[in-house]
Design a protein around this ligand. Structure first.
Ligand code: VTB
Length: 345
């Protein structure tokens, strides 16, 4: 699956990031998202692959592009056998978030990126559009921390695993009323909190790398983003657990159905019979081969944002592969027209 696909998906996230970055700071989050979706889809459809969107922009009737179930790639065409080789005809599942952190782009804030994850068919959990309680931690703490333990206990475990004091740990939490007690607990335990307004995928993945000064992500974000984070963390060997949250009382903000009961019924329809189940990275992204790609739109902890210059732009992306066990940071100069010079820095 990997060979050329690994290279092509870099361009997919790069194109989405460039399109979205043109709308940075314009205060129009829907446009920043829409152009990213269009660019991602356009580039994706030029790849020799047989892809199906499992996590995308929503159900078919509410999203015209990259909707759940949409087939993407040249080899989805009926006459594909004539020009696609057997490898390219293998069905693959794709989870996308062309503009993760639309508000961040609209207001020119750090931490947004274009992101996707790929696996063979069935290799990614088709998460419903629910919320998810998440716990991400560095590889050294994998399997030691547990989402069912208290934040205080998990911080003590991370502190042991990383051989550093709790006071030296930084936890990212989304700035939401639902996290009031969690934030207080983390602070009382002695760790420091970085509150973010959006973009918990970048936050989760930052735990997978030493040197980011991010040691955990705790709290409730969106479930589809949880699967994409899990795909990266699974490849990096980091800790990631997610538990679907179906009770509107717990979420407090956002749209999450009418009631707890109707949400449980919705989950049942999707064959999720145990709504309280805790999924780990290998269950959320369990495929034999998992590929992850992201490109910074605005600057972030892991990647630079898109930088435009006369006649071109420069991007930074990250591609992680479970197969080749690599995390590649890719620095690309895009020449839109014949540039007078190529800016190196
Ligand atoms: C979450 C988070 C995302 O949007 O989906 C959040 O996972 C929305 O949460 O990274 P609320 O409904 O509580 O606002 C993001 O931050 C992306 O913007």
């Amino acid at each position: 699956m990997e060979n050329t696909l690994g290279l092509e998906i870099i361009e997919v996230v790069e194109q989405a990031a460039i399109a979205s970055a043109k709308w940075m700071g314009k205060g129009e989050k829907n446009t920043a998202d829409h152009v990213a979706v269009e660019a991602m889809r356009e580039r994706m459809n030029r790849i020799h692959m047989r892809g199906r969107i499992v996590i995308g922009e929503g159900e078919r009737d509410e999203a015209p592009m990259l909707y759940i179930g949409e087939e993407v790639g040249i080899c989805t065409r009926e006459d594909a056998k004539a020009y696609c080789n057997p490898d390219e005809l293998v069905e693959i599942d794709i989870a996308v978030d062309p503009c993760e952190g639309t508000n961040l782009v609209a207001y020119g804030q750090n931490g947004s990126m274009a992101v996707l994850a790929i696996s063979e068919k069935g290799g990614l959990f088709a998460a419903p559009d629910f919320y998810m309680k998440k716990l991400a931690a560095p590889p050294a703490a994998r399997g030691h921390v547990d989402i069912n333990k208290s934040a205080t206990e998990n911080l003590r475990i991370i502190s042991d695993c990383l051989s550093r004091a709790v006071e030296e740990l930084v936890v990212i939490v989304m700035d939401r009323p639902r996290h009031k007690e969690l934030i207080q607990e983390i602070r009382e335990a002695g760790a420091r909190v970085r509150l973010i307004s959006d973009g918990d995928v970048s936050a989760a993945i930052s735990c997978g790398f030493a040197g980011t000064n991010v040691h955990a992500l705790m709290g409730i974000g969106a479930a589809p983003e949880g699967v994409i984070s899990a795909a990266a963390m699974r490849c990096l060997g980091g800790h990631f657990q997610g538990q679907l949250i179906y009770d509107p009382e717990i979420v407090k903000t956002g749209l999450i159905g009418e009631s707890k009961e109707s949400n449980i019924a919705r989950l049942k329809e999707m064959n999720i019979t145990d709504p309280d189940r805790v999924y780990d990275a290998h269950e959320l992204a369990g495929g034999e081969t998992v590929l992850f790609a992201a490109c910074g739109i605005t600057p972030g902890t892991l990647m630079e944002g898109v930088r435009f210059f006369h006649g071109g732009a420069r991007t930074q992306s990250l591609v992680i592969s479970s197969q080749s066990k690599t995390a590649r940071f890719v620095d690309t100069i895009h020449m839109f027209e014949k540039p007078e010079y190529i800016q190196l820095k």
